[in-house]
Write a protein that binds this ligand. Sequence first.
Ligand code: DC
Length: 231
Amino acid sequence: MRKITIAIDGYSSTGKSTVAKQLADYLGYVYVDTGAMYRAVTLFAMENDIISKDHFNVKELKSALPSIDLKFKKADNWKKAHIFLNGKDVENSIRNLNVSEFVSPIATIHEVRHKLVSQQQQMGEEKGVVMDGRDIGTVVFPNAELKIFMNASAQERAQRRYKELIERGENVTYNSVLKNIQERDHLDTTRQDSPLVKAIDAIEIDNSEMNIEDQFHTVLQLAQDRIAGRV
Ligand code: DC
């Protein structure tokens, strides 16, 4: 059966990664979480005192880029591939609210995007890939056979994210999560380089009222139609 490229873009915490992962597993495709790549660069910048609450040394970040090595690796007993930053598994540490606070400014830097986009294009070269992010259907794979744009209200997204962080034992309030989501929405949609926009040929799915099952079946049907060349 022919393999296609599936691009899933959308706002923060819309459940893109959940559906992308389900779809990749079902189809036997590779799943690539591009947000994890921007988050790992952010963690590097935080650990190397390149970014903090009161400073952001863009010049130093640019010159450090060649020394940032990102790889995805998967062990049999892991549900998904983990991201490794310079050989270290950082899958867990990139998910906290601190990283979420700094990731959008880091993702505005053209040189960062250029490096990550090239790596993403290489990973998807052979098709059979489901990639989620903000610019996959517009910049990384403008010719993807299927493009999905996910949306949900900011309140619904904050509620889901808050629940997830609390379950992981993080000490956060609902309001701080909502504020972070709204700030990221603003920065992600207004940045100059590859802002978050719906590609003209993307299919928009608002999942505010959908459960995970409904969402998966909707997207799977679209993917199967494209694979079979029905639409
Ligand atoms: O999907 P996520 O919330 O883990 O992504 C974290 C941030 O990374 C997001 O706020 C914007 C940035 N990002 C991006 O600019 N381009 C992508 N393709 C993926 C993520």
